[in-house]
Design a protein around this ligand. Structure first.
Ligand code: SAH
Length: 466
């Protein structure tokens, strides 16, 4: 049996990197039941085709096999679960969707086609369309008469199937891996519960929403009713979890939005003309700040370089006009090290960042912000740990794996009051998000305002030094 996969596109030969098979070097792999050959019948910059040829020894199969097959059977010549096992073994890294050098190609939807030769189609032939089309493929197949000399035998159950579509290579391989045995139905190994795991793993992203998911599940599990029920129940649970997760995501999204809008509102009410976003993350606040005409200077820092890159992408930094770029300074830095670049801003925003700092580093942060940078206003937000009781799925844990703490309202107020007093700021507290009578709001915020007297005192000290 032979499986071919073709890619038509720019630099089509690069598909070889995803398969991790060199187009100029045919390879042989020893399998338990025979040999597999990999080679490229066609290599060009416009179109490249890779072939997987299985050479199964029928005698070996009957002698050493599981006793599932006779000497004389179709197994050595058809596309079957042997093919799936070979795909996973030989094209495993392409199936995983990871590539060291060509991740973009692995992530891209490509013009791919696959031809599966001699596929036993034990089902109604229309099932081929009903199974492959919802996954985005065009389906065509070649049929044959069983024997030209005996027309009464009718058409053969074996077909050559071609599917074509714009899909990721890893998805194509997963689809083939699962769907060959769906049409063939004769597994060459004993089917147990681990087959359910395999099906759900390889079908993770597409099976639960497939209109023929029951048919696929039942046939893949070779009609074992108990295993099919197990798999279908797990798919249903996954569905429920998705709905739940979507609800949580929606809530999170709206809380994020409310938080950012509130912070912008406070910044504007303070009359700040220059703002620094400390721990700016992927630039959610930044993208709102740059739209505010009243803000003339913006700084954004984060400790993580890749996150800053994402922030730049988010605000389409490269496409900003010169005057917009001029008022913007994005740089890597840490909130726990004194940095002169943090100075000179009217307002500093520290949105959902302090809970990422180790408690032992909090003191350093306090000095960096309130003693050295000393903005006129500082807006600090953090989760209210008491509110977590409302998130059933947290099961007593924190909202994010990188959070070091999530303070109760009393803890946050104590900290903020102490810091304000020590560094001569006054402080006001805000609730962000829908408030619960007993537990408060999901996000708590504090606005620190520098006490003018202290500012004047410092100014006086500075001037007298001159
Ligand atoms: N303010 C953003 C991001 C919050 S996530 C928003 O509201 O969307 C917390 C961010 O703090 C992360 O991007 C993380 O990289 C950053 N961070 C953690 N420790 C930091 C440190 N010591 N100095 C600067 N940034 C830090």
């Amino acid at each position: 049996m032979i499986l071919t996969i073709s890619y038509a596109g720019e630099n089509a030969q690069n598909i070889g990197y995803l398969f991790r098979k060199n187009p100029s070097r045919p390879q042989v792999f020893e399998l338990n039941y025979g040999k597999a050959y990999v080679f490229y019948p066609e290599v060009s910059a416009q179109k490249t085709t890779i072939a997987l040829l299985l050479d199964i020894d029928p005698v070996d199969l009957a002698r050493n096999g599981s006793g599932l097959f006779d000497y004389v059977c179709d197994r050595p010549y058809v596309s079957s679960s042997f093919t799936s096992v070979a795909i996973a073994r030989i094209f495993g890294s392409a199936m995983s969707g990871r590539s060291d050098e060509f991740q973009d190609l692995a992530d891209a939807k490509l013009d791919l086609s696959a031809t599966i030769v001699t596929l036993p189609c034990k089902s109604d032939i229309s099932m081929l369309n009903r199974v492959f089309e919802p996954l985005g493929y065009r389906v065509s197949f070649e049929r044959f008469v069983t024997d030209e000399r005996f027309s009464e035998w009718g058409e053969s159950a074996y077909i050559n199937l071609t599917i074509e579509g714009k899909v990721r290579l890893s998805d194509l391989l997963r689809h083939i891996y699962v769907l060959i045995p769906v049409f063939d139905r004769k597994k060459h190994y004993w089917i147990g519960e681990d087959e359910v795991d395999k099906l759900l793993r390889q079908g993770e992203e597409w099976l639960k929403d497939h209109p023929e998911r029951e048919f696929i599940t039942k046939c893949y599990l070779a009609k074992s009713r108990s295993l099919a029920n197990l798999a279908l129940n797990r798919l249903r649970e996954a569905d429920d979890e998705t709905v739940e997760q979507e609800e949580i995501n929606k809530e999170k999204l709206s809380l994020n939005r409310q938080r950012l809008e509130r912070v912008i509102d406070i910044v504007k009410k303070c009359g700040a003309k220059s703002v620094i976003d400390l721990g700016c993350g992927e630039g959610n606040l930044l993208s709102l700040l740059i739209k505010e005409p009243s803000i003339e200077k913006i700084g954004a820092i984060d400790v993580s370089y890749p996150i800053l890159e994402r922030a730049k992408e988010k605000i389409k930094y490269d496409r900003l006009c010169d005057s917009a770029k001029e008022k913007l300074l994005i740089f890597q830095g840490s909130l726990t090290y004194k940095d002169r670049r943090f100075e000179g801003y009217d307002a500093a925003c520290v949105v959902e960042v302090i809970e990422h700092l180790d408690l032992s580093r909090l003191n350093a942060f306090e000095r960096v912000l309130f003693e050295f940078a000393r903005p006129r206003y500082a807006i600090v937000t953090t989760p209210n740990g008491e509110y977590n009781e409302k998130y059933e799925n947290l099961k007593g844990g924190l909202r994010h794996s990188d959070h070091r703490f999530e303070w109760a309202r009393g803890e946050f107020r104590d900290w903020a009051n102490r810091v304000a007093q020590k560094h001569s700021y006054s402080v006001q507290f805000f609730d962000i998000g829908e408030s619960d009578e007993k537990l408060g709001s999901p996000t708590q915020a504090a606005l620190f305002s520098e006490q003018t007297l202290e500012r004047d005192r410092r100014k006086y000290k500075e001037e007298s030094r001159l």
